[in-house]
Design a protein around this ligand. Structure first.
Ligand code: GLV
Ligand code: GLV
Length: 328
């Protein structure tokens, strides 16, 4: 089989090994940084498959230039970095890595929730700086979690895993979803599907798990922050631009909401002005799926997706299955 694959960034060895067994040529970005758009443009030419990162912009122009490309395997569950319509028009299969990163991402959302509610990062900084001068009754008080209301925006796999973890804290669960009602959450966890406005008004913790699209862009903006409780916290492990980050900076600065825990940013990796100066926000550098086990599973899944497509079979994790209708 003389197929040719390119991997845009060093990933765990397991997936690379699989690809090398199947493809004659497997090349990889040799640098410890993302390729620039022009480097990427050069690299995609003549490839049958590319394994891409969420930080690679795979737009219509690049897809057009990638003559002969059959599959784009995105090393992420989100695929808003890829122009899916352009790929579909060219009959290129796009795959993602759903399922394998669900738990690690939900864990990250909880880690952010605890960190911001209990002011762990503020406390850590202060302690390291030698400013811990002894226990004090009014020192770094945070917010309780037990028995509070958790609002899940986007109750897909990750939102569901986030909600399920709230059991230990006996939380009331509200959710919104673009899809069907979440029977598991409703029947097993007593969750209630509500309108976004109700969720905003009633939740003590709001966690975002919706994919990014034109529909969810700035889903959380000034108006939404004004509906939240002043004691509420916002967590985002989905995509930065679901939040209007400038409006969030104001809401945090004015203490319109109590705090936020973010793993993703609107202009990632850049932050909007003022965000990094605030005490009531915890900032993680997009680590949702960043465990050894999860990243290894993602590498295997992405490699298997490529192998499946190049073997002329349809992978289950294909995000544009309509391309297969022309595969007769
Ligand atoms: C990470 O953000 C992903 O979409 O997998
Ligand atoms: C992604 O895995 C989701 O459906 O939440």
């Amino acid at each position: 089989m003389s197929s040719n694959a390119f991997i845009t960034r060093q990933i765990p060895e397991e997936g690379i090994t699989l690809l090398k067994k199947f493809c004659q040529t497997v090349e990889m970005n040799p640098y410890d940084r993302p390729l620039t758009y022009y480097e990427l443009l050069k690299q995609v030419k003549g490839r049958d498959a590319i394994l891409t990162m969420l930080s690679d912009k795979i737009d219509a122009h690049l897809i057009h230039e990638a003559k002969g490309l059959k599959v784009i395997a995105n090393y992420a569950v989100g695929y808003d970095n890829i122009d899916i319509n352009a790929a579909t028009e060219k009959g290129i299969v796009v795959t993602n890595t759903p399922g394998v990163l669900t738990d690690s991402t939900a864990d990250m959302a909880w880690a952010l929730l605890f960190s911001v509610a209990r002011r762990i990062i503020e406390g850590d900084k202060l302690t390291r700086a030698g400013k811990f001068t002894g226990w004090a009754p009014m020192f770094l008080l945070g917010g309780d979690i037990i028995g509070r209301t958790l609002g899940i925006i986007g109750a897909g796999r990750i939102g569901t895993a986030m909600a399920m973890r709230s059991r230990g804290w006996n939380m009331k669960i509200l959710y919104t979803t673009q899809g069907n009602r979440n029977v598991l959450l409703e029947e097993k966890f007593g969750a209630k599907r509500v309108e976004l406005e109700t969720l905003l008004r009633e939740s003590d913790f709001i966690s975002i798990h919706t994919p990014f699209s034109e529909k969810t862009k700035h889903l959380m903006s000034a108006k939404e922050f004004s509906l939240m409780k002043r004691t509420a916290y916002l967590i985002n492990t989905a995509r930065g631009a679901v939040i209007d980050e400038v409006a969030l900076v104001s809401a945090l600065r004015n203490r319109q909401i109590a705090g936020a825990g973010l793993d993703v940013y609107e202009d990632e990796p850049k932050l909007k002005p003022g965000l990094a100066e605030l005490d009531n926000v915890v900032l993680a550098p997009h680590l949702g799926s960043a465990t050894i086990e999860t990243r290894t599973r993602m590498s295997i899944m992405a490699a298997e997706s490529i192998i499946t497509v190049l073997s002329k079979r349809k992978p289950e994790n294909c995000v544009n299955p309509v391309v297969f209708t022309s595969w007769v």
